[in-house]
Design a protein around this ligand. Sequence first.
Ligand code: UDP
Length: 511
Amino acid sequence: MASTSQQPHFILIPYLSQGQLIPTIDLAKILAGRGSIVTIITTPVNAARFAPIVDRAVAAAGLPIRVLTLEFPAARFSLPAGCENRDVLPSFNLFRNFSDAVRTLEQPASELLDRVDPPPSCIIASQAMHWATEVAARRRIPRLIFDGTSCFTLCCSHSLQTSKIHEGIPESERFVVPGLPHRVEFTRAQLSGLFNPGAHLDVSEIREKIRESVDRAYGVVLNTFEELENEYVAECRKTRGGTRKIWCVGPASLCNTDDVDRAERGKTVVNNGGGDESLCLRWLDSWPEKSVIYACLGSLNRITPPQAAELGSGLESTNRPFIWVIRGGYKKEEIENWISETGFENRVRGRGFLIRGWAPQVLILSHPAIGGFLTHCGWNSTLEGIAAGVPMATWPQFAEQFYNEKLVVQVLGIGVRVGAEVVVHLGEEEKHGVQVGKERIAAAVEELMGGGDGSVERRRKAAELMEMARVAVAEGGSSFAGVGMLIEDVAKFASQDESEMRTTWKQLVGS
Ligand code: UDP
C-alpha cells in the first residue's frame, strides 16, 4: 500500500476472542476512515470470520485496511483443527494449550512486520497479546493497548494493585476501593482474576505477563467516551506520574452505520450465525416501543443447564416479550433437552423469541421495541447498551464484569442488579450451580421494565447517555478528537529522528 509521510501505518493485533476481534475491526474502520493505513494481523479462521465486513469497508468505502494471517499451530498444542478462537475451545482444560499456541505467534508476527510495506508506525494490541511488547520494542515503534475495558475498571485495578486493600479480607466481606471518585464497594469474590484467582487453572504466570505488558505500554486506546466517565478518565491520566497517554475513541460500535454491518458484526457460520435476522426484526416490529427485554450473556456464555432453566423460567414469568440468546457453547444438548421436555418453547411461543447461536446484537439493541438488556456486563455489550440508550439488568459472571456492573448501576444509574454475588471463573461453572434464581431474575426485569419512578429515571439517563455517545463520535466530539490526537501522536513519533525517538521511548516505557 502506498503511504504519505503524514499517514501512519497501524498494526492491529487482537486477541483471538470475539470480545476482542469485534471492537478491533471497528477500530480498524475508524482509523482507516481518518486517513491511516491499517493492517490487522490474525489467524486464517479469524480472518475468515470478519472478511465480509473488511471486504465491504475496502470495496465500498475505499478504506486502506488489509488483513495478514499467521498460521495457528493448533495441532502442535493438541487443539482440534480450526480451534483458533476462544469461543470454539472444546474444554476450558485446553486453555493453557491455547495460550501457549497464541504465545508462539510472536516470532512469525515479528518477521511479518519486517516485510510489511509501508513500515509500521505503531502496534495496537490486546493486552493478552503481551508478546507484542517485544515485537514493538525490537522495531522501536510505540505499542498501545486496546482492550475491552473502561477507565473505571482501570482505576479499580490500579487502586487494588497499589493499596492491596483486598488482601487478607474474608471472601464475602465488603470493602471500599480507596481513592476513587465514588464510594465503590466490592467483596473479594467479585474481583477479577488478577486479585481473585480461580482454583481450577493456575494462570498467574500469564496474568503477570499481561500486567507487565500494560505497565510497559506507550499508551492505552479505550473503547469508551470521555463524557461517560470523565472523572475516571482524569484519574487514569494521573497514573504513571501524570504522563500516561489515554485516548478514548468509543463507542466503536457506532461506526457501523448501516444495518448490513450491524447484522454481520461478529457473525460466522462457525458460531452458528446463519440465522435470518430479518425474521427477528419483523418479530420486533410487531411489539410496541420499549416493550421487549433482550437477554444475552456474551460470546462465551457458559451458564450451566440448571442456571439456564432459571433464566428461561424467569423470563417466562415476567409475561413480557423477550429475546433469549442461547449461545449453545456449553452443555447445549442439556439446555435443549430442558427446553423441549418442559414445553418451554411452546408456552412462550409468540411472546418469546429464541436465538440459537449468534445474535445480531447491535442491530437488535438499536430496534425501538427493545426496552431493556439483560447482560453479563462484558464491556462491549455494556457500551453497546449505552450507545443504544437501553437500560440494563446486570448479571456479571467473570473477569472484570462486576466492575462494569458497578459502573452501570451505581455510577451511571441505568441498571438494576439481578443479584449475582461471586465471579464464576471460566472452567468453574459447575462449582457454583445456580447463582441466581428465577424469582430474582423476574424481579429485576420487572423493576427495569415496569413504569415505576426508578424505571422512568433510568430510561431518562440512558437516553441522555446515548445522545452523549453519538455526539462524542461525531465530527467535533470528544472521541472524534481522541482518534485525531492518537493519529497525530503516532505520526509525530514516527517523524522523530533516531536519537529523539530513543529519548521519547525511554521516558515513556523506561527501556
Ligand atoms: N455478540 C453478538 N452476538 C452474540 C453474542 C455476542 O453480537 O450472540 C457480540 C456483542 O455485541 C459484543 C461481543 O460479542 O460486541 C461480546 O463482547 P463482550 O465484551 O460483551 O463480552 P464477551 O463475549 O467478551 O464475554
